[in-house]
Design a binder for this molecule. Structure first.
Ligand code: MG
Length: 326
């Protein structure tokens, strides 16, 4: 069985093709990045996706060396995400499904990150820390749903890092440069640490950080900002593990690329005698492979999406989906 999956929740338009064993036959993508790096303009990103969709699909089919005869279904990110961007993926998926007469499966983008992560790292029943540009959630499977134990109540942690990076002229994406700076910072500067119950907030930390630009050494400031934000994430992840008794942590999303965050989470897991997992970078960032893998899992468990129910769901939550596959 082979599935073609389409990702288009934000700046990435990706096509993944996987088989039943989760062999990645193709993982092609293109990302919209504005030259002056002022973030994502949703309509412009959608236009970019429309322009490039055909080319990315063709590249993926060529790379996988499969024809439409061999593909069994089409999956797409149904939500959550930016409406304009999601719509490109949904329209593309419906069109391909109708032209080639293949079943359609709409999937939740966040759950797709978890499922591809579990499959590729062999984590069985982890607490997932999903840390990306728009999303920051601590998730675990309990009673048939991926429950959100804690999440950001304002901005995503990746967004927080990007905005601060822009303020100190690092360009987009700022994450990799900031990660290098983290390890050269020497002095810890006290900054607001905001954990409310199990939820997190980053906007106060961002404001405090901005106010200290030019007053503090830049490397010390980046180190302190990241150390504070990552400590918050680590604290909530650890509490979710303690509460559920789960012995595995899966770190995914674009921010999982950060060596600073990995180091902190790894240390926490070591102290708890828990296992720590990070999937390969190409599936931590947004990609079509995660969508095709979850689509295939759902399809094998009898789930398809009717055309009449294939509308995008920009606000869909991780815990809205009943998990009927294993
Ligand atoms: Mg994502």
């Amino acid at each position: 069985m082979i599935c073609l999956g389409i990702e288009s929740t934000a700046h990435t338009f990706g096509i993944g093709i996987v088989n039943e064993k989760c062999k990645i036959l193709a993982n092609e993508k293109i990302s919209y990045v504005k030259k002056d790096s002022v973030g994502i303009h949703p309509r412009e990103a959608a236009d970019f996706h429309y322009k490039n969709a055909k080319k990315v699909i063709q590249n993926a089919l060529e790379k996988a060396d499969v024809s439409w005869k061999e593909i069994d279904l089409v999956a797409f990110s149904q939500g959550p995400g930016l409406g304009n961007c999601l719509r490109v993926g949904a329209v593309t998926a419906r069109t391909l499904s109708l032209i080639h007469n293949k079943p359609l499966v709409g999937v939740n983008h966040c759950i797709a990150h978890i499922e591809i992560g579990r499959k590729l790292t062999k984590a069985k029943d982890p607490i997932t820390c999903y840390a990306s540009g728009a999303n920051t959630q601590i998730i675990g499977l309990e009673q048939g749903r991926y429950r959100v134990f804690g999440e950001t109540i304002d901005i995503g942690i990746g967004n927080f890092l990007d905005v601060f990076g822009r303020e100190i002229h690092l360009g987009f994406p700022a994450g990799p440069k900031m990660d290098e700076m983290y390890f050269t910072g020497k002095k810890f500067i006290e900054l607001p640490y905001t954990v409310k119950g199990m939820d997190l907030a980053f906007s106060g930390l961002l404001t405090a950080g901005k106010q200290k630009i030019k007053k503090e050494n830049e490397k010390d400031l980046v180190y302190s900002l990241m150390h504070t934000a990552f400590s918050m994430l680590t604290e909530v992840s650890e509490r979710a593990m303690a509460h559920t008794g789960k012995k595995e942590l899966l770190l995914t999303g674009g921010v999982a690329s950060s060596n600073a965050l990995r180091k902190m989470m790894k240390e926490m897991c070591k102290q708890r005698k828990a296992k720590f997992f990070v999937p390969p970078r190409e599936v931590c960032v947004d990609n079509g492979t995660q969508i095709s893998w979850l689509g295939l899992l759902m399809f094998k468990n009898g789930i398809t999406t009717k055309l009449s129910e294939s509308q995008i769901r920009p606000k869909e939550r991780t815990d809205q989906i009943q998990i009927t596959w294993t």
